[in-house]
Design a protein around this ligand. Structure first.
Ligand code: 2U9
Length: 338
């Protein structure tokens, strides 16, 4: 003689098996396992049973509840996979997929990565630092006196709390020198900010790679050799590099650095504005005041530093007559660099 609970189980399993859809299945679940469901009701009845009956009925009730719950879950899974296969059936898998437009590495990033890879081969480590800086790291430590024009509001973005947006990544080298004793050989790629109108050749945010090499007996020859190697790796072994005397407060002696035009090789063309030469950036031997500011003894150590503008060099390489193209994110322009 089957127990009424077993009859209830079989009845529930039949109804679950014949439930046509999820809604019908849900009402079967409520009918048997809901708060006032007929299986749940047995829970109430337990109190009325004789002591010796409780364990038997209790176990049977659990088995029935688990059997009904399991059957409901299996039936629900069937509905889910039917729906999926139903949906799948509607998809004509012979149709081509929707092409996912794979982007490309930005030309500035390509220039950065190419440059970093060359300097790494020369043993330069990568250094990084904050874009928001204080006046000391950006100017005082770099021997740039308070009255120097670079420090005024016209040229520099000052923040309400007196800090500023770094005007060059030289701040990173200052932090590097204060962070570890020589020998130091680092490059600091990054963004810098100057109050410039955005036009075809200027942008208030621009991108640089600066480098620093501090050790005993570092000379101008080391500086020239390093930049010549870099330029020949970047533009070819026959690239010529020239150093034109210049002045920077943070280097002495200082020189602007030019390289022979990679397009015409010298005779002059549109790229080099008919001069045969293209300006790379500036360089020089680190000024003793800058070494002292960074707790490096200029009697014991010397160093060279350089800074080159990435945006302009990028514009030359890709023959862009407007650097704004590099910042406007016009996909028609950027997809050329796939
Ligand atoms: C330390 C000491 C000296 C870095 C230098 C230049 C010359 C330079 C410009 C190039 C193009 C900025 O992006 S640009 O407009 N930079 O001409 N930068 S020497 O001198 C340093 C740096 C760090 C501790």
């Amino acid at each position: 003689m089957t127990h009424p609970l077993e009859q209830l189980r079989d009845e529930a399993l039949r109804e679950i098996g014949s439930a046509p859809d999820e809604q019908a299945l849900e009402s079967v679940r409520v009918k048997y396992l809901g708060k006032s469901g007929s299986v749940s009701a047995w829970g109430e009845q337990m109190k009325t049973l004789a002591k010796e009956e409780k364990p038997v009925i209790g176990k049977l009730l659990n088995d029935v509840r688990n059997a009904v719950t399991g059957a409901i879950e299996a039936r629900a899974q069937q509905f889910r996979s039917q729906k999926e296969s139903g949906a799948l059936a509607k998809i004509d898998i012979s149709l081509p997929g929707t092409p996912r437009d794979i982007g490309a590495v930005h030309p500035l990033t390509q220039m950065w990565e190419r440059s970093i890879e060359i300097f790494r081969r020369m043993g330069f480590a990568l250094a990084d630092g904050p874009d928001v800086e204080d006046e000391w790291h950006c100017f005082d430590a770099l021997n740039t006196p308070p009255e120097h024009p670079a420090r005024n509001e016209q040229d520099t973005f000052y923040l309400p709390d007196g800090r500023l947006l770094r005007t060059h990544t030289s701040t990173v080298q200052i932090r590097t020198m204060r962070g570890a004793p020589p020998p130091i050989r680092v490059i600091a790629p990054g963004a810098a900010y100057r109050r410039d109108e955005l036009d075809a050749t200027h942008s208030p945010q621009f991108h640089q790679i600066e480098g620093l090499y501090v050790d005993e007996n570092v000379s101008v020859a080391d500086l020239k050799g390093t930049l010549e190697f870099f330029m020949r790796e970047l533009f070819g072994a026959d690239t010529a590099v020239e150093f034109r005397p210049h002045f920077f407060p943070f280097t002495e002696p200082s020189a602007e650095v030019d390289y022979s035009c990679f397009k015409c090789g010298g005779p002059g063309c549109r790229i080099c504005k008919w001069s045969g030469w293209i300006e790379l950036g500036g360089s020089g031997m680190v000024h003793p005041n800058v070494l002292r500011a960074a707790n490096v003894d200029p009697e014991e150590f010397t160093g060279f530093a350089f800074g080159l503008g990435i945006d302009r060099t990028c514009a030359r390489i890709y023959e862009l007559d407007d650097i704004r193209l590099l910042f406007e994110n016009d996909v028609r322009f950027l997809e050329q660099f796939r």
